[in-house]
Design a protein around this ligand. Sequence first.
Ligand code: MN
Ligand code: MN
Length: 476
Amino acid sequence: MENKTKGHLLEENLSYKTVNAWEKVSEEEKEKAFQFCEGYKSFLNRAKTEREFAREVEDLARKNGFISVEEVMRDNTRLTPGMKLYRLVKKKAVLLAVVGKKPVTEGLNIIGAHIDAPRIDLKPNPLYEDTGLVMLKTHYYGGIKKYQWVTIPLALHGVFTKPGGEVINISIGEGDEDPRFTITDLLPHLAQDQMQKKMSEGITGEGLNLLFGHMPYNDEKVSEKVRLNILKLLNDRYGITEEDFISSELEIVPAFKAVDIGFDRSMVGAYGQDDRACAYGAVMALMEAEGVERTSVCVLTDKEEIGSVGNTGAQSTLFENFAAFLCRHITGSSDNSLFRCCLENSRMLSADVNPGVDPNFEGVQDKRNASFMGKGIVLQKYTGSRGKVGGSDANAEYLGYLRKLFNDNGIIWQSAELGKVDQGGGGTIAQYVANLGAEVLDVGVPVLSMHSPFEITSKIDLYMNYKANRVFYMSV
Ligand code: MN
Ligand code: MN
C-alpha cells in the first residue's frame, strides 16, 4: 500500500478494469458455482430441443408452486403478491411470473432468453434408399457451419402427429443402449476435389443426409427392401406410416452429453448452450424469487435462431398477451392504458450469449470491447451488424442503472460488443421487447465455439449470470 505512487492511485481510481471472477470469489462461492453447474448439465441433458426445455421448465415450475394461466382463468383468480404462474405456448415457449408487491403499472422485471438452438431438421418427406442404405433428407435450422455436423454421433428428437391428433414423442440416441445416427464425410484419400473447395461448400446443405439403416426386408419382390424394413420397424415401434413424417417435427441434435471441460473442470462443454445457458440461469433465479417488489417475469422463446419468427418466437404477441393477462388479473381492470403504462415502465435483461475471445481466433474481436471467459457476465449495449443495424442500442441511463445494481451486489461483469466492426454480427430478442417501450439490455455469458455441436462456457460466468439474474429480479 505504502509503495503506491500518486500515479498508481490515480490510475486505480480513473481506469476501467475487468477482473477475473475466479480470483474475486471465495472458495465457498467457487464450490457453489460447481454445484450450480451440476444441475445445469443434467438439465441440458434432459432438454435438447425447445419442446423438451419447455416441458422441463413446466415440471420445475409446478414443483415450485407455479400454476398455469389456464387454471387462473378457470377459477377467475385475482392475482396477489407472491403468486406464481406460467403459460406454456404451443409446447415450445414458456412465460413465467411471480407477482410483486408494487403496483404492476410501475413495470415488470423481465428476463428473456431463447430455448431453441441451431440444429438439423428432417425434411417433410425425408426417407429414401440408395446403394442399400436408408438415408433421411434434412434441412438445417439456424446458423451452422455444416462441416461441424458430419462424423459425430447424432440423436433424433421430436414429435409425430398422427391424423387423429395423437402426438408421439420421439427421443432416440440418448440412452446408453440407444442406437445413434450420423452424417458421413469423405475419406481424405479421395477428397482431392473437396479439399480445394471453400469451407462453406465442402459439405453442402443437400449433402447433410442422415444415415438411418441398412438391413433389407426379406422379400425378393420388393424393390427397396431396406427402406421397407425401416418403415416396418417404425410402424412396429411407433405405429406410424411414411405419411406421418409430413406432420412431424424431428430435430437432429448431437448425441453427446454435457461434460466438464479442462483438467481443472472449470468449464462446461455441451450442445445448445446458446441460449440455454441464459435460459437456465433465468429460470433458476425466478424459482427462488421470493417476496419480489416488482412483478418478475421470465420469457423463454423459440425460433430466435431463424429470426424470432412464428407464433412461438419473440416477434409474436406471446409476451404482450402474457403481460396483458398479468395486468388484467392483478389490477382487476382491462383498461389498456394501465397495460401500456406497465410495458413502458418495465425493465428487461435480454439474456443471450456473447462470443468470448478465443486464443485460436483472436483477429475477429476488438479486445478492448470483447468478452473473456471467466470475467463475469457480459453487458452488451448493442448487437446488430454493419453499423448496429438490427440491434436495439440500450439507453445509457439504463446501463448506468444496471451497472450500479450489479456493482452494489458483487456481480462481476464485463462490457463487450459482438465482434469487430463489419466483421459480421447478429441479433437477439432485445429489440422486440424494446419496441413495447421497456428498457432492455443484452446480458449473458461468453461462449466459445458458439453454434457448434459442442459449445464451451465458464462455470464461474454461468454462476455469476444466475446471481445477476437473482439480483435483477429482487431489484426495486
Ligand atoms: Mn442466442
Ligand atoms: Mn445463436
